[in-house]
Write a new protein. Structure first.
Length: 152
């Protein structure tokens, strides 16, 4: 009976010890450097947790813009006189993903260090996919009526 109790206690202690070691290894990157203190710290004068967490979420956000699909439309028209006009193209939308480190985390040497501090804060990355843009290419083809002859 005593042997069974002792064996149970030894098994329990070794299991808890293994889990504790895994927990400590996972937190190994979360040591107390100035970058981690700026992001996860609790001292007075720091931005609220919600702001710092939102900054981390924004930094870790990956935006995926799919390649556009192209639709070709062919238009057939009778020949006419064309007037050339120079039109300015409207600016096209560009996806910009800003990955700048906030000013309060100036102690972070680079993006990887800030990313690690954010993961210590409990924030993980997320991915958002924008809608696939559609490009329409219009091809105009002139067809000469058979009755008329064009003079060049």
């Amino acid at each position: 009976m005593k042997f069974a109790v002792v064996l149970s206690l030894v098994s329990l202690c070794s299991a808890v010890g293994l889990q504790g070691r895994a927990l400590l290894e996972a937190r190994g990157a979360c040591h107390g450097n100035n970058c981690n203190r700026a992001v996860t710290g609790t001292r007075a004068g720091l931005l609220p947790f919600a702001s710092r967490s939102a900054d981390c979420s924004s930094f870790l956000l990956t935006t995926v813009t799919p390649a556009p699909t192209t639709t070709t439309v062919t238009v057939t028209v009778a020949p006419s006189v064309f007037i050339k006009r120079d039109l300015e193209l409207a600016p096209r939308q560009v996806t910009v993903t800003a990955h700048s480190i906030p000013a309060y985390a100036a102690n972070c040497d680079n993006g990887e260090e800030y990313k690690t501090a954010c993961s210590c804060f409990g924030v993980t990355g997320s991915v958002t996919t924008v809608a696939t843009p559609t490009v329409t290419a219009t091809v105009t083809v002139e067809v000469c009526p058979e009755e008329e002859e064009l003079e060049w």
